[in-house]
Design a protein around this ligand. Sequence first.
Ligand code: GTR
Length: 424
Amino acid sequence: MVYRRDFLRKPGIAIIVLILIFQIYNAAAQSDNSWRASTQTIEKLSKSGSEFNYYEEKVPSYTLPDVLTTIDGRKVNNSSLWTKVRRPEILELFRENVFGRVPETPYEKSFKVVNLDKKAMDGAATLKQVDITITATGKSLVIHLTLFTPNKTQKPVPAFLLIDNRGPANTDPSRKVKSEFWPVEEAIARGYGMAVFSNADVDPDNFDDFKNGIHALLDKNPRPDDAWGTIGAWAWGASRCMDYLVTDKDIAGDKIAVVGHSRGGKTALWAGAEDTRFAMVVSNESGAGGAALARRRFGETVGRINTAFPHWFCSNYKKFSNNEDALPVDMHMLLALIAPRALYVDCASDDLWGDPRGSYLSLYNAVPVFNLSGTNSVIPEAMPPLNKQVMSGEVAYHIRDGVHNMLLKDWSWFMDFADVVLKK
Ligand code: GTR
């Protein structure tokens, strides 16, 4: 002991010891290359929206509802109990409390190919533009579906259906204007069909007390507190596009992925939950009300989304504004509703508003449900490094560098996953 104290008292040796400790600490930090938000981004966002939390250490402690225990207390340890009891229970909880219910008003539906070009994209693809007309209560509404299928590949092909929330400039059927948001040329080259519709065709994205869009045709008044909101309507629109796609001989109807960005990502998840014909769901930076766990209250919160977008969810969801722990579900249960089909969740490193860690943890907590049906998905609790895709069984995740957007880089990873899960 005496010897050690004397030893450390010598200033030169003490400095060397300190440097060594620092180097060991640094090496340990570097070997753990799991993604962490940059301090600069946290500080910048905290300054611009000080009422929202971007600090991991300020996330409140929370307990997630158990995705694998039924309401009457049974442990779900096989896929039959999941499919027959627990999945329908969770679906109902989301209808009742979050996205709302589709009204039962009867409607008629018809498809009309209004444009066919077998030599689109310099002969690489066939273009079809299809009007999906919905008629009810003396009114009608048209969803304009655009579909490209590759000419060189053997048909029928797997396909992606994008719920476009960014406007037609991203989805130009003439391909004069190209956008990474919907990279048709790259998808066609990889043997995928690419379909898209605009969410605004189904319901314009503004709060008008549900007078326009599909609400004007199908809603019963007065609207109950669990009536569908705009996201529910968009998801329903994705299913009407699916109704057409399963009739198209160029498309493999059992290999269709629904894709959405941000509000479109929330919609893709709900579409996949409600409509099990979608073989794969891609949630791109869906954030609050999408993949991100509500109870973490990191970035956008339930309260904020209900105030800024009062039309997105059902009225009941407002009960959980600043009251997240009372929610009978959390978003890992929404992701679990996609099981045993394929699910891709991705985030962007600067998009802390959408809580990348909360989205990853949501997926991590949904994985046991994917494993009930025998496919073996294993993902670590720690997040992957930046720009490193994690793909296991029926689930995949990546966090891309940069801002809130959906880019070719993201799509390339979606297609790498689809190459495995849709082309088998
Ligand atoms: C934001 C909203 C997010 C997300 C995003 C988007 O304003 O707070 O929940 O949906 O819009 O759709 O781009």
